[in-house]
Design a protein around this ligand. Structure first.
Ligand SMILES: *Cc1c(COP(=O)(O)O)cnc(C)c1O
Length: 248
């Protein structure tokens, strides 16, 4: 086993164990491999180990990898053992500035970091007609922490309603990056606040479709996130190793 495939296996084991502890089905939690700052070769290694969904924070870096992977897969299309190109899924999890919306709309499958209507409108307008709708999570700033991105909890439902109306976007759920907590109990409590907003909006039945994705949990806190109800954990360090460059 390569190092990355071994580490992927360990992360799957952690997810399964956390699900068992929480009385949940391990199939109810997806793994997003956060490949920011790592090269195309690392993504290929994870892809060959069976990983399909990748997260990128920096738009230009992400698009470069997406194009490189597509070219690599196109060159292997006749090999029956080659990975299935259509199964690769790219998630934008970093801030999207107005001048980057076209690149995002043209290349990514998901945006998990949406927190402004203006950006949502541009993404919908710029999503190419031949592609499926861009899958969206709204980012919630649950603790008002140093992490400045994200909606205040009180503003989430209003933007969810607006996004659900946009023709080329598909609202899937909520994403949050809580500040590191002192212990497991405190981490669970923070994640549970996002889960409560998620349930509140779904229970109000104001959206045309219920949200199905709660994107919570990273290398340090995925167990707490799963305990609180996460359906997608975003893991970088535990799969690819430490990053020398700061996270965006
Ligand atoms: C970097 C990053 C992650 C992964 O963090 P790790 O601690 O390396 O697992 C997850 N989500 C977002 C939004 C990130 O920026």
């Amino acid at each position: 086993m390569t190092t990355i495939s071994r580490k992927l296996q360990l992360v799957h084991d952690r997810i399964a164990k956390a699900c068992r502890a929480a009385g949940r089905d391990p199939a109810s939690v997806r793994l997003l491999a956060v490949s920011k700052t790592f090269g195309t070769d690392a993504v290929m290694e994870a892809l060959l180990a069976g990983q399909r969904a990748f997260g990128e924070n920096y738009i230009a870096e992400g698009v470069q990898k997406i194009l490189a992977l597509r070219a690599w897969q196109a060159a292997r299309v006749d090999e029956p053992s080659g990975p299935d190109a259509s199964a690769l899924e790219w998630h934008c999890i970093g801030p999207v500035q107005g001048n980057k919306t076209r690149l995002v709309a043209e290349h990514f499958d998901w945006v998990q970091s949406l927190d402004r209507l203006k950006i949502a409108q541009r993404l919908s307008e710029q999503r190419p007609p031949h592609l499926p709708p861009l899958q969206i999570c709204l980012q919630v700033n649950v603790d008002g922490g140093a992490n400045k991105s994200g909606l205040a909890p009180a503003d989430v439902q209003a933007l969810a309603l607006e996004v659900a109306q946009l023709p080329r976007l598909a609202l899937r759920g909520l994403m949050a990056i809580p500040e590191p907590a002192v212990d497991f109990v405190a981490a669970c409590a923070l994640h549970a606040r996002v889960k409560a907003i998620f349930d509140q909006i779904n229970d109000a039945a104001v959206l045309p479709l219920p949200m199905d994705t709660l994107s919570l949990g990273m290398t340090a806190d995925l167990e707490a996130a799963i305990h609180a109800g996460s359906t997608m954990v975003r893991v970088g360090t535990a799969i690819f190793g430490g990053r020398s460059r700061a996270a965006g």
